[in-house]
Design a protein around this ligand. Structure first.
Ligand code: PLP
Length: 357
């Protein structure tokens, strides 16, 4: 089809491809790092009691109550918080607000693939810094002239984490540009850089309620940084969509953050299942990268990633594969419930036994 009326920039744009959301119900879905457990039961109570008459009104454009709850939770001021419609939107606004600079921005060559999409969308130049042979990130390599730096900690899809000390070193040596730390998975075991946002004016942390709080369906993300950075994000937001977060999302997010006990107990279950799955996969001759997230990045000793993925799919288990050459023989497997991971291991066991014949 001829792409009539499209602007030139959109013709050339290659959009992000999200993991598949299949319409079939009985799949074991381990492809998008969703939480296998429901959100806090207090969220369900809130929704049951919500007076729909409120929906006639626009929501609070500033998500003030949620900002206050997040500020209390992270021990920062309310004007250190920016809230958006998923952290993808917060990231997009941050790229727009901070990264349209003369110098290229720096990011790992293997990381969240949305970063390069935003660069194309906003005509931002970027330099990809190769990750190490063991798939870790060496921040010493980022001490070169740049228009900004972004990385995910822990990184996706590799799962590896950087220490706070290394991040602080980078903030010290790179004071002339902004460093964004995407902490989408930080709750599963890495160290958060939120405290560093209070000490360094060049540090912005971005988090989401999609993974550890099991609210991917509501689209809630936020940034934490000093007031100067938050103001720039507000300016972009208010030039784009002043009501990014609907009323229900604001209320549910606040309630989810307040239920610390439930949060901790579901994290604990996921981490325990991750440890169990790691061991099982290792015993089936998988190389499993150390993970501080709710997924594992794995490669089999003999079998090709694509072949394993197809076999799992035929058996109603879906996992994620990336075509980028460096990682094309790896699979990213989200941590599901203990039972789902047992099914995964059984399925892989059968595949490997069939292969041996
Ligand atoms: C999932 C993910 C996001 C996006 O999260 P949303 O809040 O659902 O938009 C951002 N960064 C990374 C690294 C992710 O894996």
């Amino acid at each position: 089809m001829k792409r009539k009326f499209w602007s030139k920039q959109i013709l050339d744009l290659v959009p992000y491809t999200p993991g598949e959301q299949p319409k079939i119900n009985d799949l074991i879905k381990l492809n998008t790092n969703e939480n296998p457990y429901p959100p806090s039961p207090l969220v369900s109570k809130l929704l049951a009691q919500f007076d729909i008459d409120h929906l006639r009104r626009y929501p609070d454009p500033e998500s003030f109550e949620l900002s206050q709850t997040l500020a209390d939770y992270y021990n920062v001021a309310v004007d250190n918080i920016f809230i958006g419609n998923g952290s993808d939107e917060v990231l997009a606004h941050a790229f727009m607000a901070f990264f349209r600079q003369q110098q290229p921005i720096l990011m790992p060559d293997i990381s969240y693939s949305f970063y390069t999409v935003y660069c194309d969308l906003y005509a931002i130049k970027a330099t990809a810094i190769p990750i190490e042979d063991d798939f870790s990130i060496d921040l010493a390599k980022y001490n070169i002239a740049n228009g900004g730096i972004i990385f995910a900690n822990p990184n996706a899809p590799t799962g590896s984490a950087i220490s706070l000390q290394k991040i602080e070193q980078l903030l010290e040596t790179n004071q002339q540009s902004l460093v964004i730390v995407d902490e989408a998975y930080v709750d599963f075991g890495a160290q958060s850089a939120v405290a560093l946002t209070q000490k360094y004016d060049n540090c912005l942390v971005i988090q989401t309620l999609s993974k550890s709080r099991a609210l991917a369906g509501l689209r809630i993300g936020y940034a934490i940084g000093n007031k100067n950075l938050i103001e720039a994000l507000e300016r972009v937001k208010n030039s784009f969509n002043s009501y990014p977060l609907d009323m229900l999302a604001q209320a549910c997010a606040k309630t989810a953050i307040e239920d610390e006990d439930y949060f901790q107990s579901s994290l604990k279950k996921i981490v325990a299942t991750r440890t169990w799955t790691e061991q099982q996969l290792a015993s089936l001759d998988f190389k499993v990268l150390p993970s501080k997230t709710n997924f594992l990045f794995v490669q089999h000793k003999n079998l090709a990633a694509i072949e394993i993925m197809q076999y799992l799919r035929d058996n109603k288990i879906i996992v994620r594969h990336f075509t980028k050459e460096k990682i094309s023989n790896y699979l990213r497997i989200s941590i599901g419930t203990q039972q789902q991971m047992q099914s995964l291991i059984e399925c892989l066991n059968t595949l490997l036994r069939e292969e041996e014949k």
